[in-house]
Design a protein around this ligand. Sequence first.
Ligand SMILES: CC(=O)SCCNC(=O)CCNC(=O)[C@H](O)C(C)(C)COP(=O)(O)OP(=O)(O)OC[C@H]1O[C@@H](n2cnc3c(N)ncnc32)[C@H](O)[C@@H]1OP(=O)(O)O
Ligand SMILES: CC(C)C(=O)C(=O)O
Ligand SMILES: [Mg+2]
Length: 520
Amino acid sequence: MNDPAARVRIFDTSLRDGEQSPGCSMTAAQKLRFAHALAELGVDALEAGFPASSDADRDAVRAIAREVRGSTVVTLARCHEGDIDACASALEGAAHPRIHVFISTSPLHREHKLGLSREQVLERAIMGVTRARRLVDDVEFSAEDALRTEPEFLAEICSAAIAAGATTLNIPDTVGYTTPSEIRALFEYLRAHVRDAEKAVFSAHCHNDLGLAVANSLAAIEGGARQVECTINGIGERAGNCALEELVMALRVRSHYYGAHTRIDSRRLVPTSRLLSRITGMAVQRNKAVVGQNAFAHESGIHQHGMLKHRGTYEIMRPEDVGWSQSQMVMGRHSGRAALADRLQALGFQLEEASLNRTFAAFKALAEKKREVFDADLEALVLGSDAVAHRGWRLSRLHVSTGAGDGDTLPTASVQLLGADGATVSEAAVGDGPVHALFAALARATGIALDVDSYQVSSVTTGDDAQGQAQVIARVDGVEVTGSGTSTDILEASAHAWLDIANRQSRARAPAVRRQAAIA
Ligand SMILES: CC(=O)SCCNC(=O)CCNC(=O)[C@H](O)C(C)(C)COP(=O)(O)OP(=O)(O)OC[C@H]1O[C@@H](n2cnc3c(N)ncnc32)[C@H](O)[C@@H]1OP(=O)(O)O
Ligand SMILES: CC(C)C(=O)C(=O)O
Ligand SMILES: [Mg+2]
């Protein structure tokens, strides 16, 4: 690239383009919370909404403009007086306000959507930028559907926008139609043909209809873009926008190639992605780059063996650098001896070769039946079935009742547990929800308080009689421990998962006994 020390500005539009897509709408309070998270992440600009679209969006933008500091707050407007004035009013109180005006420029949109000629579109664009510039100093102009626009008209309208006061020129691939070499060439063309091009920052806004949004945004940077518009988890219209986490990490991992950097605090990527999933209820696919659950997980033996020798063999970035605590070695039917020996050692079992081989054969047989083999399963394999039968507390009875709102039943759980010594203990507790009440009742019954980091339930099979698998991750003496439980009743599965960890915590208090059992 020509500019070796290029800084690329990150413009997040999760709260506008992301939020306007199906399944992603947020309340004003949720938008405010997420805007704070984006500012902490270090985005240069955050597009907070489209104030003219609804009172709720206007109020959300207002709150963000007043409270959030550290990022430019942007709002979107059509080339329409009312929209632009609504932006300026909603942005009052912002430390760095920007109005973003847009109009479609492609022949298809001009003719069929707007019913306007080229000249009329140009006039409206000039009107919009001029009006916005009277209200704020920082104005962005977008040529919607730019990638299907005649390049010379695009250069003409961008030149006019700069003359009218635009400080950023955004070139959106609105329908995710372009390819990397095409968009790179377009940015090079515009930088050469737009009048006073050096007075504005060129920006890319790529959609993912062909799965190319990140690749196209990177190519736009190669062509001279110095702002990229993107969203957390790639949410956005249809197949989404360029995923912020992927773009940022591509620039960082391949910094020598791109010679560009951002000011994003990459360690905040996973927490920000999780916050967005929690707010919108839209889960991230397991194999999603950077923030997906599998992004740093290794199950196959050959990869695990390589990872144990040198993590660079199968990881191009460090999980800690993007906000994961560590890489994950998942024990399953593709795992090999090296990973098994390593995991057992971490659990406190040092096995001789013959014993390891026997355990490995048993592990493979078990892995054929189970999707994932957890620490408790490995312990059971090593300690033998007697130890398994008496491995601590077992659930003998469970009752949970729940309700919501005034006059309804408080979420309440009662449990009866059978201890390793044959004694039973019964306890009950209320909680914020049924699972919270259940975990509180289990804590009372066992006298063990678990510091639960995460809890999830997934379906092992399909259909309404499917088995649910609950997974609880808790911190025990600073170490992450995973417990799992399976049942057709997800609350029962959750109780088993909680007890799985509690029992291991109890057993860990007697390490000498455990090692003896392993050797026998
Ligand atoms: C590519 C993008 O992401 S663009 C942003 C898309 N986001 C949204 O649309 C979310 C917010 N939108 C809304 O809430 C509504 O569409 C509103 C409030 C903005 C407008 O609602 P309505 O007045 O009922 O118009 P409607 O949505 O049916 O049609 C859009 C109108 O805007 C016009 N328009 C579209 N883009 C522009 C533009 N950039 N500049 C000027 N006018 C435009 C259309 O020609 C149409 O005009 P018409 O009503 O005179 O036919
Ligand atoms: C409003 C513009 C920037 C947009 O979202 C698009 O064209 O995709
Ligand atoms: Mg868009």
